[in-house]
Design a protein. Structure first.
Lengths: 232, 216
């Protein structure tokens, strides 16, 4: 079959690229014309995305409670008393604990390595700035990654006097600093996600195996269904 | 729904000349060279990106065109008539352009630890091809019939009216080795699953499974 040469139809790449490209070009233009405005646009975007994330998590939690407590839900079928619930929670925690301990240990080792890297990057930036007598970006008394959130263009006028190589080096170090700050945030997200997933896994296996053992006598089984909607 | 009656299992190359325009995984199907498109770009975005199914291959079936198939792979073609079929993305072979991709969120505790809460679905009128390694089982069940048991890991596609009972073997060793769960089909218009037990895994496989509880 020959390649369909029809210019971008409704399934093509253009409708996907345009919504990404237009804001990027707009931000670039704003950044060139008046940089502080770009800062406020970015701050607004961060606020909006945080609000959306919180809203979605709350909806998911609400859905989780409704589907597990309502008719046919695991808590309805299992009907744990306070004592059984407490015993199950303790049992799950004991089962998960060795894995949780190793996961937190790995997280700490990873954190130490990344922190050392961040210190090296920060020292590099400070040395470059001191050597070239330009404004210091770091605010004393704050964690290193706070400088990512501070407007740095205030000192950028001074960087114009730098040589091309030094300017390039400074730019690269700043990008690495942003990447490290992002990685730091991401590793926390992963740790929380891993913990929730593992605890849920042990909880479900325990509840299901108990229900499986009981079903011989009571013919009770926890059912999973798929007739829900995305927003339900 | 009589989905089972509209389900065909193909064990060899089969004709697709009477099909509507199809979307298929890149590198599969009769036209591997590709006419790349992004159908329904906002649907199942995350899952499609993660499974490299965001960009698909679109082709117009012509006279004499066949879908190539090699043993032991099988394709189960299901004809939907304003129905919804849930599936695992890795088992999707192709779907007709008239079908819409969507996602449902399943937050039930017995489902969450074993599968993603985001379940991908196809709905509307058209045909969908589900890829199975080995012999497939196509099951329809109602609450009055004796329940059929399938291996949960080999579940490939199921209609949205399906009710599964999931059971696991007790024991800490089974939990650590992520021993597969069994799914009892309590009621459903159609469940498609691979036949047989899971392949035996070695020590490395067991360690990898246990590591899933430690490394994201």
């Amino acid at each position: 079959m020959s390649r369909d040469t029809t210019a971008f139809d409704d399934d093509g790449f253009l409708p996907v690229l345009l919504p990404i490209a237009i804001p990027l070009v707009l931000m670039l233009v704003i950044g060139i014309v008046y940089a502080p405005l770009l800062w406020w646009v970015l701050m607004l975007a961060i606020l909006l995305s945080t609000g959306t994330a919180v809203f979605l998590v709350a909806k998911l939690l609400q859905k989780c409670i409704r589907e597990n407590c309502g008719e046919g839900g695991v808590l309805e079928a299992w009907r744990p008393s306070a004592w059984v619930g407490l015993r199950t929670a303790c049992s799950v925690l004991i089962r998960w604990m060795p894995f949780g301990f190793v996961a937190v240990l790995l997280f700490c080792v990873h954190g130490i390595i990344v922190d050392e890297l961040a210190q090296l990057v920060e020292a590099g930036i400070l040395k470059l700035q001191r050597l070239n007598h330009i404004g210091i970006e770091q605010v004393e008394g704050l964690p290193w990654y706070y400088s990512f959130f501070a407007p740095t263009w205030l000192t950028d006028s001074a960087t114009a006097s730098l040589s091309a190589v030094d300017r390039f080096l400074l730019g690269i170090l700043r990008v690495i600093r942003i990447l490290i700050a992002f990685e730091h945030f991401l590793s926390w997200v992963f740790l929380v996600w891993l913990t929730v997933r593992s605890v849920l896994y042990f909880l479900a296996r325990l509840v299901l195996s108990e229900a499986h053992a009981r079903s011989e006598a009571e013919a009770a089984m926890i059912e999973v269904r798929f007739d829900m909607e995305f927003t339900r | 729904m009589n989905l089972l009656g509209r389900t065909t299992i193909h064990s060899g190359s089969f004709s697709i000349e009477d099909f509507a325009p199809l979307y298929a995984r890149i590198g599969r199907g009769p036209n591997a060279a590709g006419n790349h498109r992004i159908p329904q770009r906002a649907s199942c975005l995350l899952r499609r990106l993660l499974t490299r199914m965001y960009v698909l291959n679109r082709f117009q079936p012509r006279s004499g065109m066949k879908w190539p198939l090699r043993s032991p792979e099988r394709i189960v073609v299901v004809e939907l008539r304003n129905e919804r079929l849930c599936f695992r993305m890795r088992n999707l072979a192709f779907f007709e352009r008239s079908l819409s991709l969507s996602t449902i969120v399943n937050a039930q505790i017995p489902w969450l630890p074993f599968e993603s809460p985001l379940v991908t679905c196809l709905s509307g009128t058209g045909r969908v091809g589900i890829r199975i390694d080995g012999e497939p089982d196509c099951i329809a069940a109602d609450p009055s019939s004796p329940p059929t048991e399938i291996n949960f890991d080999r579940l490939a596609a199921w209609s949205s009216d399906t009710r599964l009972g999931i059971s696991v073997e007790p024991g800490y060793a089974n939990a650590i080795s992520v021993a597969s769960a069994a799914a009892v089909v309590r009621s459903s218009s159609l469940v498609i699953a691979g036949r047989g037990e899971e392949d035996a895994i070695g020590t490395v496989g067991l360690v990898q499974r246990a590591l899933r509880l430690v490394v994201p």
